[in-house]
Design a binder for this molecule. Sequence first.
Ligand SMILES: Cc1cc2nc3c(=O)[nH]c(=O)nc-3n(C[C@H](O)[C@H](O)[C@H](O)COP(=O)(O)O)c2cc1C
Length: 195
Amino acid sequence: MKKVLYVDCCVRRENSRTAVIAKHFLDKLDKNKYDIEELCLMDEPMEYFKDGFFEQRERLLADKKFDHPRFRYAWQFKNADKIVIAAPFWDLSFPALLKVYIENLCVEGITFDCNAENGCFGVCNADKLVYITSRGGNYNNNPMEMGARYIEAMCGFFGIEKFKCIAADGIDMVEDPTPIINEAIKEAEKEAAEL
Ligand SMILES: Cc1cc2nc3c(=O)[nH]c(=O)nc-3n(C[C@H](O)[C@H](O)[C@H](O)COP(=O)(O)O)c2cc1C
């Protein structure tokens, strides 16, 4: 069985349109092939780096104590075979909660390594990351869109070769966004069937 890590950052939970698209993706996954592990960021005691929490990390890394519980997110991410992240488009990117998660993922010695010859390079197992989002405005191919583009760049950093974004774009610009959401659901189901 392959491990799919589903990272849920749909802050509005049951009211989230992004979550609806992600649910269709997960439902369509072949359960004989994939085990789904769900990480709901809203339920996690996630901390951003400052003061003691930052200093603790520096100490643990200096002592190479990679088995400390605070690194569990990095290990879980590193060991997944496929990764699915769902997050709404907020303030031209995504909720700060997802950035805090990424901050906790970036651990030299777990998700990436560095050496003089190659600089920094990713060492995560996954070969593909699927990013599911929905956006109030139309941002497809717009350089002001910095959510999907940032996640794609992080895939490069983590050594994940393939990136796919499924976006329901412009859903707050129309009276009835159902057709836009349905189109994204169709794309999500196709992507899941071919994962
Ligand atoms: C805090 C916040 C920030 C947002 N920022 C943007 C934005 O910068 N650009 C945009 O087009 N829509 C923005 N939106 C609208 C959301 O992208 C849109 O409603 C999206 O579908 C929300 O997804 P959800 O239904 O999964 O929560 C924002 C919404 C919220 C609540």
